[in-house]
Every structure is written in C-alpha cells, then in structure tokens.
Write a protein that binds this ligand. Structure first.
Ligand SMILES: NC(=O)c1ccc[n+]([C@@H]2O[C@H](COP(=O)([O-])OP(=O)(O)OC[C@H]3O[C@@H](n4cnc5c(N)ncnc54)[C@H](OP(=O)(O)O)[C@@H]3O)[C@@H](O)[C@H]2O)c1
Length: 256
C-alpha cells in the first residue's frame, strides 16, 4: 500500500500534544486536515500551516460528539483516508481511589469513543477499497497497571486484530506506543511528573516524526526512540507486576 499525500487526514486530539504535532507535520506535507478536539480556540491555532482545516470541536465523552466524528469518517464527500486517533486522557489516582466518574470519563474516551471511531473508519475505508488508521497507544500498556494502562492495552489488542486483516481489507493499521512525552496530559490530569528523569522525556514532534515514518514503512506497531524500545525489550521477560515495579522506581508519578 502506498502512502498518499494529497488526500484528507483526520486527527483527533489535535488541539495539543502528540495529536497537534502530528497534524502540523501532515500540514507541511500538504494534507487537507479535519481536526478534532473540544477546545475550538486551540484547534484554530494548533496547526498554523494548515490551509483552512475543517474543525470538529466536540466532546468524545458524549454520544453526540462521537457521532459527529463518526459521521464525518463515513462521509463520501472529501473522504477521510487517514485517521490518526490521538485523543485520550488519564486519571491521576489509583483505581478505587479515583472517583468513579473520572474512571468512566477515561473509559468513555479511551475505549468507547475509540471503538466507535475505529468502527466508522474501518467500515468506510473497506467500502472504498483502502485507507490508513493510526491509533496512539502507550508503553503503559506494556509496563503499567491500572485502568489507564488497561485502556491502552485494550486499544493495542484491537488495533493488532485490525492490522492482521490488512491483506484482505487494504486498511493499514498502526499502533504507536510513546513513552513519557512532554504534553499537557499529566498536568491536565493533576499528576506530578517531576519524578520522571530527563532522559525519559520525549518531544511530541519526535513522536510525530517517528509515527509518520513507521506508517510509511508499513509497520503495524511502533515504539518511538531506541531507548524506549530497549526498555520494553529488557523488561519483556518480567511478569507485569515486576515491570510495573521497575517503572515506578524509574519514573514515579504522584497525584498533585
Ligand atoms: N504524554 C505522554 O506521556 C503520553 C505517553 C503515551 C501515550 N500518550 C497518549 O497520547 C495521546 C495524546 O495525549 P497527549 O500526551 O498529547 O496529551 P494532551 O496534550 O492532553 O492531548 C490530549 C488530546 O486529547 C483530546 N481529548 C481529551 N479528552 C477529549 C474529549 N473528551 N473529547 C475530545 N477530545 C479529547 C484533547 O483535546 P481537548 O482537550 O481540546 O478536548 C487533546 O487534544 C493520548 O491518547 C495519550 O494517552 C501520551
């Protein structure tokens, strides 16, 4: 499958962080963009190089918001042939301590909205004879415990199953697993990440660049940077609770 640079790409989570960095890179390649996020003001300014992007300022935690994005993915006019699904959030507190409403909001965006958007994209792209889907997972799926890690593990398993079907559907599916990336994610969740050492921090633009390279290379999963690939490989033989213990020692996170 060849990577086209002249068609429409939708980026969810485009108002900040990794999604915004991906959208900026796609804009420099001349892609027409559909940008999704709640903060309309940030969507308008996040991708300065984009030529009149379509903006969908919606909340993916509510049914109408997800339906609006799914409808755009299904639309035959100016069809979206690349979906980058970066929208996501995390809770700050452990399961059982975090409020149930916070757990359900995380589940709604990271899992339920993801289900609906991947379903809409797969259905439309298969009918059109092809397309590309990138989902932003996390190394948390590999070495963290808790509901955020569980939501990212769920996403990774589903994306892997869709990637298995690429030869018959012509829809390329890539799951990207960034490590700690300097974005608004932790601040907005109320997490003190000052214990994460400097060498573990990635720039969102580096994650974006590696994501698009992995897409062009036809990969089905990618962990940006050699240092994170080495860490994942080194801890892979350990059971999950030991991997989590290693991560907690390396990079302690605390609620603020
Ligand atoms: N930062 C890290 O260390 C890291 C590591 C691994 C994976 N990730 C993953 O990377 C992805 C992007 O996160 P980020 O780090 O770039 O954080 P971020 O700067 O907080 O970006 C999150 C994006 O998701 C959107 N979003 C969140 N809740 C939403 C909702 N209810 N409806 C619509 N959009 C919503 C936000 O837009 P609005 O607020 O405008 O709605 C924002 O654009 C997430 O899936 C995250 O899990 C991050």
């Amino acid at each position: 499958m060849s990577y086209q640079v002249s068609s429409v790409a939708m980026v969810t989570g485009a108002s900040s962080g990794i999604g915004a960095a991906l959208a900026r890179r796609l804009a420099t390649e001349g892609r027409d963009l559909v940008l999704v996020g709640r903060r309309a003001d940030r969507l308008r300014t996040a991708v300065p190089g984009a030529a009149e992007p379509e903006l969908l300022a919606v909340d993916l935690a509510v049914p109408d918001g997800v339906a609006a994005v799914a409808d755009r993915l299904a639309a035959a006019e100016r069809p979206v042939d690349l979906l980058i699904h970066a929208a996501g959030l995390t809770t700050a507190l452990p399961f059982g301590v975090a409020a149930l409403d916070d757990e359900l909001a995380q589940l709604q965006v990271n899992v339920v909205a993801t289900t609906q958007l991947l379903h809409a994209a797969m259905t439309a792209m298969q009918a059109r004879g092809g397309g590309q889907i990138v989902v932003v997972g996390s190394t948390a799926a590999h070495w963290s415990s808790g509901s955020y890690a569980a939501s990212k593990a769920w996403l990774e398993v589903l994306a892997g199953a869709l990637a298995d079907r690429t030869p018959t559907t012509d829809v390329q599916v890539l799951v990207v697993r960034p490590g700690f990336t300097r974005t608004d994610l932790h601040e907005r969740a109320g997490i003190d990440n000052s214990g994460v050492p400097g060498w573990m921090w990635l720039a969102a633009d580096r994650v974006a660049a590696e994501t698009l390279s992995a897409l062009r290379a036809g990969r089905r999963s990618w962990t940006p940077t050699r240092r994170y690939r080495a860490l994942v490989a080194a801890t892979a033989p350990l059971p999950r609770h030991r991997r989590s213990a290693v991560l907690r020692r390396l990079a302690p996170l605390r609620p603020r």
